[in-house]
Design a protein. Sequence first.
Lengths: 95, 407
Amino acid sequence: MAKSDALVDWNSNTEPDLAGYIVSYGLYPGLYTHTVGLNNGTPTPPSQALVTTFNSDGLWYFAVHAFDTSLNASAKTSAVSKRITQVQSKLRHRR
Amino acid sequence: MATYYVAKTGSDSNPGTQILPKLTITAGLGLLTAPGDILEIKGGVYVETLLMNAIASGTAAAQTTIKSFGTDDVIIRPSTFIAGNTSLVNFVARDYITLKGSPGHYLVVDGVNVPFPLDTHSSAIRGSATSGVSSCGNIIIEYVEVKNTPYHAVALHPYHALPQEHHCIIRHCWFHDNGAGAAEGWTSPYPHCVYMKGKDNIIEDCIIERQKGGLGIHLYSQDTASGEVDRNIIRRNRISNTAQTGILVGGGSDNMAYDNIVHDCGEPGGVGIRVAYGGANNSQVYNNTVYSCGAFIQILSGAVGTIVRNNIGYQNTTNTVSNGGTGTIQSNNLMANPSFVNAPADFHLQAGSAAINFGTNLSSIFTTDFDGVTRPASGAWEAGAYEFGGAPPDTTPPAVPTGLTVT
């Protein structure tokens, strides 16, 4: 795993009407400035996400919540964290 | 059309892109210079008062939008008012503007720090600007929570200046614990939760709770000329524990209230649903459930041609349709035990309920119940807000995911 990426993984939910997950992340636990939606239309939405979009190095916090086909949403999980580095070199490389 | 961003990690010297967002919503609003522009607000508490006077109105084809980012939780909690402004979010006579959160994640407008009301229409969200200024139209307020405001939660109510607020939609909102200013003497007018004058507006699928002064939804013009408060629709709202009447339909023509649930409102003296005041012509009150209020339905003198059908009134102190109007038509209103599943928590009907097939068919007027369940195209309807046997909505959220790791 690149130091500038994060693989977020969790156990699959079992609700029959599960529609997907949303991974929220940010530089402060509980204050999430970025989200990744996982809803690819399959009966079983993926339960991991490779997050590659960061705008700065630092300790990033991640949480996940689930939503169903009626758009009911679970609460977010407690946060887990990973130190992300080498973001600027990655951005330079992309240019 | 462009999309701009605000985040608590941003800076007002940033251009407002997703990577380089603005810090304040006010700065973000300044970027909305073209119809259809979108401002996305990332999660956090924003200590601001929002005036929309710097932004461009949208158009029918391109609604300008201010919204929460994704499912982020956004709270607007001003500490002070801007001088001369009397609301926290003021649309300032703009047109085609949307303010919205997301399902399950209201955009919160918290009026806890609002000082003593500054004028008779002090409110958390307001359509018109100040006295004598024209109104706004085609505003959409969706998935917004308003709480703790001492006066009105929403005032779409210009100062009798024409044209009125028009074609606005308030839907899926939650308004609660507003109106405490009444206890401090602000009773002229009373602090109604949604105070609306105008025409062709819709209030639907909202929850109004614990309005500590005034009414839940108040359609009214003190003027009596037709054209002031016309063709508004109030439907599928759940209104409870308001200090006074739950719903007032008044002051104009062809206003409708249907499929609403009103309970524990206006005791003593208040009413579940009232039709009143000069110019209240052809008001229509259908399939509402009114429970444990001061009175069931009241039609006062001055109301002409009111139609009241298919409503349930139960456990109200005065459980009658009180008619002081002219030319009132009333039928199929059930005022006996309707065998609710578990009132006031659940007003669905049990098997064998007296409300089943008690109503007349109104499918030429509307076709669904409180849950969105389709009512029969022909044959009798149930009285009250619910058809029997329809599947109740799924409101159970999924479990919180477990086993979260990051590598």
